[in-house]
Design a protein around this ligand. Structure first.
Ligand code: PLP
Length: 388
């Protein structure tokens, strides 16, 4: 049976050209980038090349990119780094109620350390209102953190508008752009951000590599102390093959972005339209237009997302019931609750994310299989019976 992978937001397969680009840095060019002899300098050169590529992708300067071990680390670095270096100015953070756990759990940690956090509500599409950001600012606010696009429902937030408010009020602004960098245009100057978190494995690069954009002049403390790597901003011997892979992945997505946005949007639209037409009592979650090209999040009433997910898996189709990180827990997604879905509907939601290797035939197969699965599960659903 051909397996169909429709969970590109959880992770992407590493592009074969990326793997090829990485291989020499495990063997022939294995040097420590801090070594002054040729092995070391080759490795260092490769890191700097990757740094230039990542910077170019987001309109930043090379010196403004710090490589990390993941998107999660980049987020932790941004939030803990800003708060610890600017504590004397205030102790208030503004964020949204639909952030990834990397942000929300870091905020909870900071709350225990004496910071106060405002979690802004969102509308039924998952959008933050920039007016709410403005209203929440106090003379103690030192950081605003709002994600660029939501990993579960795909809604793209009004980052440039929030960026203007942050600039006017002189407050640092971080955006978790793990789901957008490499997928849609991200330009740090147009968005008005001071810090941006990114991750390689969401854009056909390897797992375990990320980066934080830090605008020149931003005051933040390191998260990891030790050696003098990354201009003293992040200690530890660099993951050279991973960073090289990140750079190669960035180069490839940049070349293909415009065409991919169009192709994926069309596949996604066909999937959404087909599912809503073929299965009654379904709805699309997230914004109909301000959404990532690759994301379709659908609620199927009267059935459990987990049951649909497992039944789809038996047919070789991989989708998720929420973000990968929350999948093992049976708690409904905080994002779906924040957009106003009741618990039963939040439990009956599926996230499909298409990507580079998704074909028309893959979408056709889902449209053929899921209505059958939904009908079968509904026939034995206590949720449906209780509404009769
Ligand atoms: N932020 C968002 C929006 C994400 O979707 C993810 C991953 O799912 C992360 C942060 C964490 O990135 P990483 O897996 O590289 O730690």
């Amino acid at each position: 049976m051909k397996r169909i992978y429709l969970d590109y937001a959880a992770t992407t397969p590493t592009h074969p050209e990326v793997v090829q680009a990485m291989l020499p840095y495990f063997t022939d060019s294995f040097g420590n980038p801090s070594s002054i002899y040729s092995y070391g300098q080759e490795a260092k050169g490769a890191i700097e090349e990757a740094r230039t590529k990542v910077a170019n992708l987001i309109g930043a300067r090379k010196e403004e990119i710090v490589f990390t071990s993941s998107g999660t680390e980049a987020v932790n670095f941004a939030l803990k780094g800003i708060t610890s270096a600017n504590e004397s100015k205030g102790n208030h953070i503004i964020t949204s109620s639909v952030e990834h756990h990397a942000v929300t759990e870091t905020c909870k940690f900071l709350e225990k350390r004496g910071f106060s956090v405002t979690y802004l509500p969102v509308d039924e599409y998952g959008l933050v209102d920039p007016g709410d950001v403005k209203k929440a600012i106090t003379d103690k606010t030192i950081l605003i953190s709002v994600m660029h696009a939501n990993n579960e429902i795909g809604t793209i937030e009004p980052i440039a508008e929030i960026g203007k408010i942050a600039k006017e009020t002189g407050i640092y602004f971080h955006s978790d752009a793990v789901q957008t960098v490499g997928h849609i245009p991200v330009n740090v100057n147009e968005l008005g951000v001071d810090l941006v978190s990114m991750s390689a494995h969401k854009l056909y690069g390897p797992k375990g590599v990320g980066a934080l954009y830090i605008k020149k002049g931003t005051k933040l403390a390191p998260l990891i102390h030790g050696g003098e790597q990354e201009r003293r901003r992040r200690a530890s011997t660099e993951n050279v093959p991973g960073i090289v892979g990140f750079g190669k992945a960035v180069e490839l997505v940049q070349q293909e972005m415009t065409g991919e946005i169009e192709r994926l949007t069309s596949l996604r639209n066909r999937l959404i339209k087909g599912l809503l037409e073929r299965i009654d009592h379904t709805q699309l979650n997230g914004h109909p237009v301000k959404r990532l090209p690759n994301n379709a999040n659908i609620t199927v009433d009267f059935v459990e997302g987990e049951s649909m997910c497992l039944n789809l898996d038996l047919e070789g189709i991989c989708v998720s019931t929420g973000s990968a990180c929350s999948s093992p827990s049976l708690e409904p997604s905080h994002v779906l609750l924040a957009i106003g879905l009741p618990h039963e509907q939040a439990h009956g939601s599926l996230r499909f994310t298409v990507g580079k290797w998704t074909t028309d035939e893959d979408i056709e197969r889902v449209l053929e299989v899921l209505p059958r699965i939904a009908a079968k599960l509904r026939a034995m659903s206590p949720l449906l019976k209780s509404t009769k």
